[in-house]
Design a protein around this ligand. Structure first.
Ligand SMILES: [Zn+2]
Length: 340
């Protein structure tokens, strides 16, 4: 089968390798319907994250169950399933409380890599959610988005306590930020402010439910949001970038007593006591427990209430994965779908 492997920063290759097989009796092997490149894949691609190399890439997946281990109870071969980037048992206290990414048995969701034709998924019963049937082809991008960017944006909005009557601001106009906009509106937010400087992302943000766009960043962006909210700041702010600047833009844009949901993978972020003591801002985030939201997200996609697959603005065959990485690295694409 074909699989994307990172050999060194900037060097991704598509290789012919053996299909993964069942290792643990709780595993499943799935045949992916499509795969994609994540913004977080750019960190190791740029050499900003040290990872062992060669490294199989990709952690977003949906597809058909090809094989199950002897202890898998709830899934059948042939079912179409969606999972997320961490595998979880679904039975420990942390999973039952809705924090599957903190599962006591958590492990990578697709340890063999998900930018591939097949992937081994550990803890299949806890990790995978079956769709009501075989999806129409046009639903595949949205189901794939549910696997990470939609689930992550959704958690960002939930962690920020987006809801009816609330003004929500979203820092980050990548796929996760755009999905957070969609989530905030679905959760009933009255006003959704998207920070964005890119015309195409602003347009999709508006389609997903943004009511206002702010092009300013940093202190200027904070001042703009304050000005738009009677000097108070937003009730809820989603941080979907992960840099020091974006985190402080998020904290600064939040009103006293408000909530920041942070889901960008943090890199070199420093938060002082003053940043949180004097502001009365709640901070909650981390790796999104996508699994908590998957049943609801699958239903919304299945019923065609939401179409998060629109975040994919470039589709390439997996053989051109290297071009997909370049396009995302150079910001020529928001998110790249790889067909198999
Ligand atoms: Zn667990």
């Amino acid at each position: 089968m074909r699989k994307v492997v990172l050999h060194a920063p900037g060097d991704v290759r598509v290789e012919d390798v053996e299909r993964p097989t069942i290792v643990e009796p709780t595993d499943a092997v799935i045949r992916l319907a499509a795969t994609c490149i994540c913004g977080s894949d750019l960190w190791p691609y740029r050499g900003a994250d040290e990872v062992p190399q060669p490294q199989p890439m990709g952690h977003e997946y949906c597809g058909v169950v090809e094989e199950i281990g002897a202890d898998v109870r709830t899934l059948e071969v042939g079912q179409f399933v969606v999972g997320s980037f961490f595998a979880s048992d679904g039975t420990c206290e942390i999973c039952l409380s809705g924090y599957q990414t903190g599962c006591v048995h958590r492990q990578p969701g697709a340890p063999t890599g998900a930018q591939a034709e097949y992937a081994r998924i550990p803890l299949a019963d806890g990790t995978l959610v079956a769709t009501p049937g075989q999806p129409d082809a046009d639903l595949i991008p949205s189901l794939l988005a549910a696997s990470d960017v939609l689930g992550t944006g959704w958690f960002g909005s939930v962690a920020a306590e987006a809801g009816p009557g609330k003004t929500v601001a979203v820092v980050g106009d990548g796929a996760v930020g755009l999905c957070a906009v969609l989530a905030a509106r679905q959760l009933g937010a009255e006003r959704v402010i998207l920070f964005s400087r890119h015309a195409d992302r602003q347009a999709l943000g508006r389609e997903f439910g943004a009511t206002d766009i702010v092009e300013e960043r940093g202190e200027e962006g904070v001042a703009k949001v304050k000005e738009m909210t009677g000097g108070l700041g937003a009730h809820s702010v989603v941080e979907a970038v992960g840099t020091h600047e974006s985190m402080h833009q998020a904290i600064g844009s939040t009103r006293a007593g408000g909530h920041v949901g942070f889901v960008g993978v943090l890199h070199d972020v420093a938060i002082t006591g003053d940043d949180i003591f004097t502001t009365h801002v709640h901070l909650h985030g981390g790796p999104a427990p996508v699994r908590r939201f998957l049943p609801d997200l699958i239903r919304l996609i299945w019923d065609r209430t939401i179409d998060p697959g629109k975040v994919f603005d470039l589709t390439l065959p997996i053989e051109q994965a290297a071009e997909g990485y370049r396009a995302m690295d150079e910001r020529r694409a928001t998110k790249v779908l790889l067909t198999l």
